[in-house]
Ligand binder design. Sequence first.
Ligand code: XMP
Length: 508
Amino acid sequence: MQKIIILDFGSQTTQLIGRRIRELNTFCEILPYNKYPEDDHDVIGVILSGSPLSVYQDDAFHIDLSGIRGRLPILGICYGAQLISHMYGGKVESAGTREYGRQNLQYIDRKNPLFKDFDEHSQVWMSHGDSITRLPEGATCIASTETVANAAYCIPGEHPIFGTQFHPEVFHTLQGTLLLRNFVVDVCGSKQEWSADAFVETTVKELREQIGNDRVILGLSGGVDSSVVAVLLHRAIGSRLTCIFVDHGMLRKNEFRDVMRDYEGLGLNVTGVDASDKFLSDLAGIKDPEQKRKIIGRDFVEVFNAEAKKITDAKWLAQGTIYPDRIESLNITGKVIKSHHNVGGLPKEMHLQLCEPIKWLFKDEVRRVGRSLGMPEHLITRHPFPGPGLAVRILGDITREKIRILQEADAIYINNLREAGLYDEIWQAGAILLSEVRSVGVMGDERTYENPIALRAVTSSDAMTADFAHIPYEVLAKISNEIINKVKGVNRVCYDISSKPPSTIEWE
Ligand code: XMP
């Protein structure tokens, strides 16, 4: 499949470039700046991202473009544009002050293919401390602003090179998507074939080739990512896929039962393992959040592996890793800075190979693929839920009684969000039991001294940043009344109005 490669020099907006290009129905991969693939037969163009560094710094990131230049079109954005200048006879100097914000183009060469259909004084977004004071050899200036003489340049040729000092990927560059379209479609020749249906078709074909007649094991969590992987694999290899769904006892109310039913309805071959006794006894008395996570992680691997080993002829372990999981895990030098949640300990003695068919997808693309596969809507739109489940939503140690209280409160909360038509607007919602805090209340004529429940709901696009959801007071009031009246052990309800950062989505 045709693809654009984005080489990442560490800018915060690199992911956005990827998103914009996918929105143009063109497949793209974001790779660390020094990891250009050896085999690039399906690459149609290359984009160099921005960076927090300066090209003339000693520790700046440099690459060798000689294998790409003249063979494929290149677009350098900000640092990318400066790097090309620096490499090919231009000059980059400190601008003295950092230029940050909106500007309007004063000059624009609208005959240049990059600016096809552009408005005359189109608004662009700058964020840079360096300027290109001399263009690279063979380049002509194709756009300027009042303060930035070389806001964009072009080195013409069969496979041209472009550089823009501004960021086309950000919202405030009003015609940024048009610029990227001009590059990706007109210059690089994208056929814009990337769609959920096309993804399903090619992935199923590739999975059949990759897996042959082997057997695959997949851990299901009830979430959309692993469920989509299950259905894709099921379509590719049918009953040679065995799914394992572990109940650690800290799922939502009735979730294990309901999700098992869904999976069976999809024709999947699923083994459900109720390991709640083991998890809860190992967690008894543990209050520290990181220790809880460690115990759950360890127990999960143990239970999963014991089950997986029963499938003696399995050759592959499939996982629902998605793109943001991997981006979080890599820094620009390609070193792992945070191991993502999906990488558990594989049963080493089984020598399983990893199969991660949706590792290039963003969350909304996973959902589109789910729809294309005909999965039920409630599985597709389900909010993300942390692997350790309610364990990180019970502040303090975990008991069956506390889980029951939280499950009841959480179910009331989520049902009300659904009834109010708010569930799908919210990225993630859940109740938290502040089991170490007690406050006084009055019920009927009696004094109560019980725990509060905190409600959390956030809007987000990737869980990296989040704002609290602005749920109407009437809906919050109804939820609060219902929880306090129906859930014994709770006499107060609070709504969490913090954003991420500085807070996190989960309380632990
Ligand atoms: P935070 O709390 O870090 O959460 O803002 C970001 C996203 O990650 C989920 N999360 C987890 N998922 N294991 C998981 O599988 C975990 O230990 C874990 N901690 C947080 C959280 O629900 C949110 O979607």
